[in-house]
Design a protein around this ligand. Sequence first.
Ligand code: GLY
Length: 573
Amino acid sequence: MRKSVVASLLVLGLAAAGAGMAEQAAVSGEHGMVVSVQYLASQVGADVLKKGGNAVDAAIAVGYALAVVHPAAGNVGGGGFMTIRFADGRTKFLDFRERAPQLATPTLFQDKDGNVIPGLSEVGYLAAGIPGTVAGFELAREKYGTFPRAALVNPAIELAEKGFPLKEGGDLDFIKEVLKDLAKDPEAARIFLTDGKNVPKAGTIIKQPDLAKTLKIIAAQGNEGFYKGPIADAIVAASDAHHGILKKADFERYVPHEREPVTCTYRGYTVVTAAPPSSGGTTICELLNIVEGYDLGKLGFHTAASIHVLAEAMRHAFYDRNSSMGDPDFVQNPIAHMTDKTYAKEIRAGIAEDKATPSASLGSVAGAAREGQHTTDYVVVDKDGTAVSVVYTLNDWFGSKVVATGTGIVLNNEMDDFSAKPGVPDAVGLVTGENNQILPNKAPLSSMSPTILVRPDGKTAVVVGSFGSGTIITSVAQVLINLVDYHMGVQEAVDQPRIHQQWLPDVIAYDKGAFSEQVARQLEAMGYKLSEGTIAGASETIVVGGDKVSAKSDGKIYGANDRRSPVGAAVGW
Ligand code: GLY
């Protein structure tokens, strides 16, 4: 197990901005910290903190900057969630998830025989939900920010006008992944491809003058300009021209929500996390409640016994998630039940010591959603101790792969997070129920889990998020477990290989090197099927008061950019 090295930087510090960096160190700051998957965006956030902005101000500025320098997932054409914990202990959860347009129906992506039409919910204007990011950032800024809007959007405008270099390990890789679809949309192709058809060379500077113009409208007019003015008009016109169903009234109707975060305790710490329409927080709490009954430290890191416990907890939590959760404006979510410690104890009683539980034995679920793996997350702590975790997304890389003419805005394909048809397992096998069927103005179920861990003494300990669909849930939980149960330093905790079990398919997916051959054979003897791959999801993480979670504070803030994000950076101040 490799050791994390803690580099103390008294002034603005930058770590791990280089592509493919295998060994990187946590960064420490005296006054603040920003960690995101793109080094330029992290720097924008740190600059806002340095100028006296609070963590909410910095989070908004990072969000707009990522829309420019990480266009595959950063966005103004998507949506997401923000968890805030103020220095005085108050917590807030902002829901700016996309909503289905008014003309959407449960059978939108089915043919006349009721078969799901491949790709229809993934590419093009029909795949897009009404974006929530601008409204969410405006809600956050008006209620909790201190800087004027323009000061938070201007750094993004500058980046869009001056351009940024495409790098391996960052958006260059994501362009390669979706080249065929990007090439089909003339606007997307013009902005992101060389000669409108080829993958750009590494180091190519991408300028986005149309997006700069759009950001100037947002800077000047906020929600008015986006939802009621020229930006909505341009998106609706493009949608009308390409068989979409997005209407001006859908934009005018869009409102973000301020909700109570889901909370639970884990070994004396308080977990403050995402509420529905994210399933993430509730599922993380159920998972942690189950594993809390075992001494993971004693079982050892990634032994057969500890992986068995983790996998069973994931299996049970995901079954409950998939069978019962949805948009809280449409569905009664069983949050109290799923986060109940007595319920966790009942589940533990049914877990055999040395035998895998067949997933099918838990039940079945009608309905499916092919959840996109391609989201982004970032975390901020300011000098007063206010902490912000944001996870926002276009769903897949470059969302629906379309850019409305003249706007520079990449639209999400979040409609794909709904169940396209009851009873059909999805492309990655993640199965959700009718609770998640498409209805007008409904939000699709999400896994995004911006999470904050609070010490028993009431001080913020950990600020964490992740990307990667359902693996967001298991990644955030494993980072917390690595910090709390295995006492790892923050860099080591995020860089560790992970496992993932999501009820169906009935396998444990695992990062290469997650455990030894001997452990693999032991798990197989217990009845597990194993699948080596790459567990998606950089978990950008901050630990406050020490490189490790501990009762004593050294007064510093430590940020770790996950090795899975080679162009990310922790920037401390
Ligand atoms: N689109 C990924 C998520 O919301 O979880």
